[in-house]
Design a protein around this ligand. Structure first.
Ligand SMILES: Cc1ncc(COP(=O)(O)O)c(C=O)c1O
Length: 447
């Protein structure tokens, strides 16, 4: 439902855009409404992007990966602990389903919200989290990122405040700002196993707060949210009428043997009607390049998100959706095998880094990242977190992501992925150990 009339929204948007444009303004940048020109271009000048696009951030992980590729092209041997995807191949029965669909020439436009058989399978698959939804609430998207983008653009208005985790997946704050909203960070600390603190959430809520983004298991910390805590957070969300966006892309990558899937806030009746669940096939089924994800939404929002899909990309390719049906309805041993392998790799990397001076790695409950506290290494040098990650890469050939790529509270931390092959993890850990042994010995480290 719209919360305001169109003209006031447009006026606020204009104000926010101009304010942000002033903040980000660069020499030569043309900003609508801030010049005497009545069109978006100036004769003879290059065409420049609209002011509001400066709210969009790039993603640290993709920037590091580009640098890794550039170094590898020069012949450098890089051990990557940066990659956010399992080294597994997509299981054969999933690939075969797509091939069969292609052979049957299932290559035309599909319904914008997804093919009915996939929407049915998604709704049915969520019952193992205790989430009861109708297929009409499901919108299939090109990956969880497209779901996040469409939902955030459709759910929030300029000036809305949305609580986002810090550290957290960078797209949250970037998209909230792109929508004209205000991303209000809430902290995740090692002392609380990187779970949100309900008191802090309550403290950060103002009359303008409209949304709360949760992500568990969490990127980059691997933290989870225990069921009792989830209930407490649900209470707060219900009390303040917040739209909850629950990003559950790592929901089935959990390491407690008694827990096949992380608990979902969408299963809590008090907030089910105001919760959007976002998930993806990328991590669970090793399908990062297929671009297949989904959102499960309150009906009115599902309708608008579908309208945005129609405008933005029409549909997800039907043969990709057929692969998704095979993933959900076929044998699930591939997920069990993935979790078993990841659990072993988690142990391998934790073991290899356990006694490195100045590095503390808590064991993550889910996802495939160690969130390494490297403040002990930084304390022996004058390096920033980014400079430490850069030197690890350039000098010792090990790629990591600086915690600051996930928010200000990431200072002093590195994200280390254990989704890669065993030998990659062993080499990466060995190089971190070598670096930590050496660091502080150079005069320039203390300059
Ligand atoms: C927390 C989180 N949400 C969403 C995504 C995006 O997933 P997808 O590949 O489905 O777009 C990622 C990818 O790294 C992620 O870590």
């Amino acid at each position: 439902m719209l919360r305001g009339e169109l003209p006031p929204i447009a006026a606020t948007l204009n104000k926010v855009l101009k304010r942000d444009a002033r903040r980000h303004i660069r020499p030569g940048l043309f900003v609508f409404g801030m010049s005497n020109h009545s069109t978006g271009t100036i004769p003879g000048q290059p065409v420049l992007p609209a002011a509001h696009t400066w709210a969009l951030e790039l993603e640290g992980a993709f920037e590091v990966l580009a640098r890794v590729r550039a170094l590898e092209q020069t012949g450098r041997d890089i051990a990557s602990l940066a990659i956010g995807e399992p080294d597994f191949d997509t299981p054969s029965h999933i690939v075969e389903a797509a091939v069969r669909a292609l052979r049957a020439r299932d290559t035309r436009y599909a319904p914008p919200a997804g093919i009915p058989v996939l929407r049915d399978a998604i709704a049915a698959s969520l019952r193992d989290r205790g989430v009861v939804v109708t297929p009409e609430q499901v919108v299939v998207t090109p990956g969880a990122k497209a779901a996040l983008c469409c939902v955030i653009l459709c759910a929030f208005e300029p000036g809305d405040e949305v609580l986002v985790p810090d550290p957290g997946f960078p797209a949250y704050r970037s998209l909230v700002r792109f929508a004209g909203g205000i991303a209000v960070a809430y902290g995740l600390d090692a002392a609380a196993d990187f779970a949100p603190d309900p008191e802090e959430l309550a403290r950060r809520i103002t009359p303008r707060t409209r949304g709360l983004i949760l992500n568990a298991p969490h990127n980059p910390t691997g933290g989870s949210i225990a069921p009792e805590l989830l209930c407490r957070i649900a209470e707060i969300a219900a009390q303040h009428d917040l739209l909850v966006l629950s990003d559950e892309v790592y929901g089935r990558l959990v390491y407690d043997p008694g827990l096949p899937v992380a608990p979902s806030i969408a299963a809590i009746p008090e907030v089910a009607r105001q919760t959007v669940l976002i998930d993806s096939f990328s991590k669970t089924y090793a399908m990062t390049g297929w671009r297949l994800g989904f959102a499960v939404l309150p009906p009115a929002l599902a309708e608008r998100v579908t309208a945005l899909a129609v405008n933005a990309y029409s549909c997800v390719p039907p043969f990709v959706q057929c692969a998704g049906v095979a993933a959900l309805t076929g044998p699930q041993d591939c997920v069990g095998d993935l979790v078993t392998t990841l659990r072993r790799r988690r142990g391998l990397l934790l073991g290899a880094l356990g006694d490195v001076a100045g590095v503390i790695c808590p064991a993550p409950a889910g996802a495939f990242y160690l969130y390494a506290d490297v403040r002990g290494v930084l304390a022996r040098t004058n390096l920033t977190t980014e400079a430490l990650a850069a030197r690890l890469l350039e000098e010792d050939g090990v790629a990591t992501i600086p915690g600051t790529a996930f928010g200000d509270r990431g200072a002093g931390y590195l994200r280390l992925s254990f989704a890669g092959a065993d030998h990659e993890l062993a080499r990466g850990a060995h190089r971190i150990r070598a670096f930590a042994g050496r660091i502080g010995a150079y005069p320039e480290d203390h300059s």
